[in-house]
Ligand binder design. Structure first.
Ligand code: PXP
Length: 239
């Protein structure tokens, strides 16, 4: 039975469209937990374009399940993580101009940086996930850099349009999940997953947890947060 962590960034994005104080991602996180979410995720960017320090502080106080902070290795963000102490951190690459995270970490070429940050976070009792493409070399290097968890980037699979491309990307994820599990790291997956393209994942039991934001918030606009989350929890709990 796989778990679902819900990313609440988009709630903050709507709030910031007006620059006022609603809707509140902290309130939505509580509703998500009541609807069965196993964790709450937020991405604190250096420019705080959606999630802000205030959200992170309050989420830390209120989340009852598990708080996963996505961030890059920029010093201010690492300092914030060490102060707030979320349950886990997911390290992601970050480009200022991107709309959303565009790909996995290049651990091979930045190993010392990831190793240094990971060891600081782990010393503070925070478990560390690396967001990586389904690439065996990056995954092996992530183990060497101290990762506890690999979040496999499902973005390329979700963007593929032809059946052969979809299958090719899916097979890479399948192999990456098996390798990660063999290396005794926890396997998570996310990016671009929705209520349709996630169904195929029932055949990869190694994936313990899914990180999903956009499709849940998009559905919530139509059917409400509670129903949108319950439907996704139902799907992943069948895996
Ligand atoms: N995992 C990571 C590392 C991400 O950066 C994001 C987007 O913030 C997600 C998962 C969730 O992606 P989506 O919003 O497409 O479900």
């Amino acid at each position: 039975m796989a778990l679902l962590s819900v990313n609440v960034d988009h709630i903050a994005t709507i709030r910031e469209a007006r620059g006022i104080d609603e809707p509140d991602p902290v309130l939505v996180a509580g509703i998500a937990e009541l609807a069965g979410a196993d964790g709450i995720i937020c991405h604190l960017r250096k420019d705080q374009r959606h999630i802000k320090d205030r959200d992170l502080r309050l989420l830390k106080e209120t989340v009852k399940t598990k708080l996963n902070l996505e961030m890059s290795t920029v010093k201010e963000l690492v300092d914030t993580a060490l102060t707030i102490k979320p349950d886990m951190v997911t390290l992601v690459p970050e480009k200022r101009e991107e709309l959303t995270t565009e790909g996995g970490l290049d651990v091979i070429h930045n190993k010392e940086e990831y190793k240094r940050v990971t060891s600081k976070l782990k010393e503070a009792g925070i478990s560390v996930s690396f967001f990586t493409d389904p690439d065996p070399d990056q995954i092996k290097e992530s183990l060497n850099a101290g990762a506890d968890i690999i979040e496999i980037n499902t973005g390329h699979y979700c963007e593929a349009r032809s059946e052969s491309e979809i299958l090719r990307h899916f097979e890479k994820i399948n192999e990456a999940a098996k390798l990660t599990s063999k290396l005794r790291l926890k396997v998570h997956a996310g990016h671009g997953l929705n209520y349709v393209n996630i169904k195929r994942f029932s055949s990869i039991p190694e994936i313990e947890e899914y990180s999903i934001g956009h499709s849940i918030i998009a559905r919530a606009v139509i059917v409400g947060i509670d129903q949108a989350i319950r439907e996704m929890v139902k799907l992943v709990s069948q895996f």
